[in-house]
Design a protein around this ligand. Sequence first.
Ligand SMILES: Cc1cc2nc3c(=O)[nH]c(=O)nc-3n(C[C@H](O)[C@H](O)[C@H](O)COP(=O)(O)O)c2cc1C
Length: 210
Amino acid sequence: MAIDYRTDYQAPPLDFALLAENPVEQFLSWFQEAETAGLPEPNAMTVATVSSDGEPSARMLLLKSADSRGFTFYTNYGSAKASDLDSTSRASLVFFWQPMHRQVRVNGAVTRVPREESAEYFATRPRDAQIGAWASRQSSVLGSREQLEQQVAAIEARFAGREIAVPDYWGGYRLVPDRVEFWQGQPSRLHDRALYVVEHGMWTKARLSP
Ligand SMILES: Cc1cc2nc3c(=O)[nH]c(=O)nc-3n(C[C@H](O)[C@H](O)[C@H](O)COP(=O)(O)O)c2cc1C
């Protein structure tokens, strides 16, 4: 089957003079615009990792915070992605905000967030999500859906009437960016691209060819 969509991207061009000095600030400004525009789950992002033997892998995750410390997301520390992140300490994030014809790519070094911070965030999650985190050995093979449901029932029984603490195999990762690219779709495929690169703590910006 041939796949043939011919979107001609239309949007105001990227005004380099208006770009923030710091890419996290620029990200937050675009993120707020995506929220204001009512985009569903603007915090959904592709997270690409690579294993110690060079096998790439990408999947969607939800961004939970972005600030001067970096980009934070939560997952199972026993998962395939965690194994990649723990062995290579690198990841690449991609956001695509289609109605705005915008893409953001972020590369950087990744570390686990401190235990207390993961526990604090876990405590804010709905109880069902907390039970799900306990019940799932993410990325491992399951015999059946029933097996998962039995695991959920066992966790519900174990914590009945009690608060649910964060499992030691669940928590956050934080990516500290060293390369961030903002892409603004433009007519005739002549898109605008702004690349931020950090060197000795200083960010520089360059315009890339589309
Ligand atoms: C929109 C969306 C958001 C998701 N958010 C998360 C998330 O925040 N954390 C997570 O562990 N998995 C999340 N998932 C599931 C992952 O894509 C993936 O299936 C899972 O983390 C296992 O990945 P792995 O086997 O590569 O480790 C999300 C999936 C989708 C489609």
